[in-house]
Design a protein around this ligand. Sequence first.
Ligand code: EPU
Length: 431
Amino acid sequence: MTKYVINGGNPLYGEVEISGAKNAAVAIIPAALMVDGVCRIENLPEISDVKTLLGILKEMGAKIRAVDKRTVDIDCTRVGTTLATFDTMRRIRASYYLIGALLGRFGRADVAMPGGCNFGGFRPIDQHIKGFTAMGANISIKNGIVTAVTGDTLRGTTIYLDVVSVGATINLMLGAALASGRTIIENAAREPHIVDLANFLNSMGADIRGAGTNEIRVRGVKRMTGGFYSVIPDQIEAGTYMAAAAATGGRVVVKDIIPRHLESISVKLREMGVTVVELEDSIIVQRDAPLLRTHVKTMPYPGFPTDMQPQISAVLCQAEGTSTVTEGVWDNRFKYVDELSKMGATVRIHGRTAIIEGVRALSGAPIKASDLRAGAALVIAGLSAKGRTVIDGVDYIERGYEKMVSKLSLLGADIRAISDRQDFLFIRKSG
Ligand code: EPU
């Protein structure tokens, strides 16, 4: 197991290149299952969730060839199985996209129930099930396996989502791409990765319109064939470096991004007294004055992203006055607050709201990441704290952030990854 050791207090300066979007990549890779021929996917982030999904497709019979570190050729023409029940699937949330992909292609899917970040509370899939059932699938769940069966193919229909769900929108769009007739997904999620998946499927021959609005219309096609596609930049990775620049002070150019995707984050940082300058495909974040308090509420896109909630809270812990952060997407996503308290943060949770009394400075402490974005928030806290922070549970972080330690080091952070054994030796030496 790896830990991160951070000696905090260095303002970040320099440029950071943002990788391909995790949540787009983990939808596009399963989508390749529906394509006859070779899909070349470029700009994949080098993260463990991507490696896990490529491994799952390989186990299912796909041919996978790495062209370079960020580009793979995936050929699923020979995949004949509808069974995806590997242990690895329970580690990642996005394994549920195999339901839509397999149902679309074969009319049957036997898929292990998804795992993924557990930031508190159950993560339901009732909207996925409701949609596939409306499209003619019979669905049962037994011993942790979801089995979905249709007669021949899924049938297009109109589906209204009772909650705006990214996962259900993506899964139903996948199923609908090869269904018979027209599917309309109403109250659809609008996140950039939904548009990216629609663009991927369309470039392989699908007929999807309206992605990025709350009504997506899919005309089912008989088959999709191979092609090239490049994944969009990661909105949340970019936002995380913007937050780190704000928390530590300094000046960071966040490169290779789509500034429009970051508007809700830029607005909040400006409210906090941070200078944010949007250029064509980069953003400059600079802080020269104390951070000001603000109020944040997470919402589906284009609202402030829930996946930035822990990171912005870590920044607000050091803002003057009282800030509030309200979680509007998940029932509970504040597990990390106990860890921030160990660093001297003053945060109370009231229902779905964190009430944050800013402190002058956080202090380094041994802490533990409980999920991916919680881990990112702890890194931000550690970078801006006085003294040494040791973060356990960083496997979560490496599931979704490419080379975080080296990217931060290039910006001047004093951060390194150590193994448990090195940590043990360090404790013995200091003891
Ligand atoms: N929900 C239901 N029923 C469903 C599906 C969702 O009630 O069938 C509820 C959830 O309980 C939640 C809300 O709807 O309250 C939104 O859930 P959504 O389905 O949008 O989340 P998801 O698809 O499981 C994706 C991201 C998450 C991100 C959310 C919200 C992936 C692989 N995961 O999850 O990302 O928090 O959308 O934007 O795309 C992360 O990257 O750290 C992460 C957790």
